[in-house]
Ligand binder design. Sequence first.
Ligand code: SAJ
Length: 425
Amino acid sequence: MKFQKLCVLGLGYIGLPTASTFAKYGVKVLGVDVNENVIEILKDGGLHIHEPGLGEIVQEVLESGMLRVALRPEPADAFIIAVPTPFYEDNKRADMRAVISAAEAITPHLQKGNLVVLESTSPPRTTTDLIVPILEKSGLKAGEDFHLAYSPERVLPGQILRELIENARVVGGITPDSAQAGHDLYTSFVKGKIIKTNATTAEMVKLMENTTRDVNIAIANEFSRLADRFGVDVWEAISLANLHPRIDILRPGPGVGGHCISVDPWFLVEAAPDITPFIRTAREVNDAQPQFVVSLVKRALGSLKGKKIAALGLSYKPDVDDLRESPAVEVVHLLQKEGAEVKAFEPFAPESTLPNMTIAHNLEEALDEADAVLLLVAHSEFKVLDASLVASAMPGRVAVDTVNALDEKKWQEAGFTLNKLGVGG
Ligand code: SAJ
């Protein structure tokens, strides 16, 4: 099948790179976003998200006219839905409102022979049980009059443009012909393998990938607690265990964040709570890790009341500016609840404003008057922090490292007591 005109709904971290890459590879694309601000910024030649290389390609395809942006969809050969699926914090269920309204926006424009692809991470059976009925309100029959598929995005923030092209892509159709149509669409630019399957399998694949990562991090975090109790260095123990050819233990840390791995496992638990105790427990273990970090800081300082703490790093992982679901933010809030006075410094987002948090604009400001320095994210620049400079900038001599990034010898030489997560005394 040939697709000349494509409509991409949702111009966020996935939709905009996807729309621009299709446009660059010769498909005429209309990018749609319900947020007027986003459309204005793009029309003015700006960019509302940060992703290396994205600005250049967006500008190129907007100038060539291969990409246009608008608030509403138009008739096209194919439609891709790439809107966010966050979750409700209180009941941990997927918030499908954006997916539903995107599908509803497509319905009036749907024509015979069209293809619709859902890319948003969704609970199993979303494509067949939620999307089909909405699109069939057009009077057309899914799988007969139009094709429908689910294809998960699997790109790593920071490397989206390269991974979009190079990664293997799974396309699950509600019929084999729908899978074939999806396959044909993505051949426009995907160089990795494109594997055809059914829609629910494709939904599960994505959720299984991120859930596997979550439970693997949960076991590493539990190992850090065991090591702490039994006077073992978890980092050493993990590196020794990983010498085994079939063992690959991940890294413990202050918890699991980001909008994918800390969220997606809940979509499986929500869909089948009676048969997912393990996935749920892993989520709970990771969610409890910030509290474990707080107990370490408390032990290191004797008590937290009135103590001044410099918290280094707020993002959900190293060298990114994304604070969504970040365990570092959670640690700071918990410390404050216990009476500590925290100044946080995030070098990738020094101007962030977060509720109930004092943000330092630079390292010196964070360290000034601090009783303890707490490392929460292994940003490259923190890994090479000069311990003696830190010592001269703060009165306290307590350091807590939750990510195993600080060199013990150097910090001890500078006069610090260095407390590492997962290292029992
Ligand atoms: N983390 C640890 N220990 C580790 C590895 C990670 O504590 O050993 C923590 C990180 O600090 C972070 C969280 O886990 O807080 C998640 O980070 P990540 O690098 O594992 O994943 P993301 O969320 O940046 O991207 C993931 C990727 N999925 C997988 O690697 C299976 C990416 O391919 C997906 O596209 C993305 O989720 C997504 O959109 O689902």
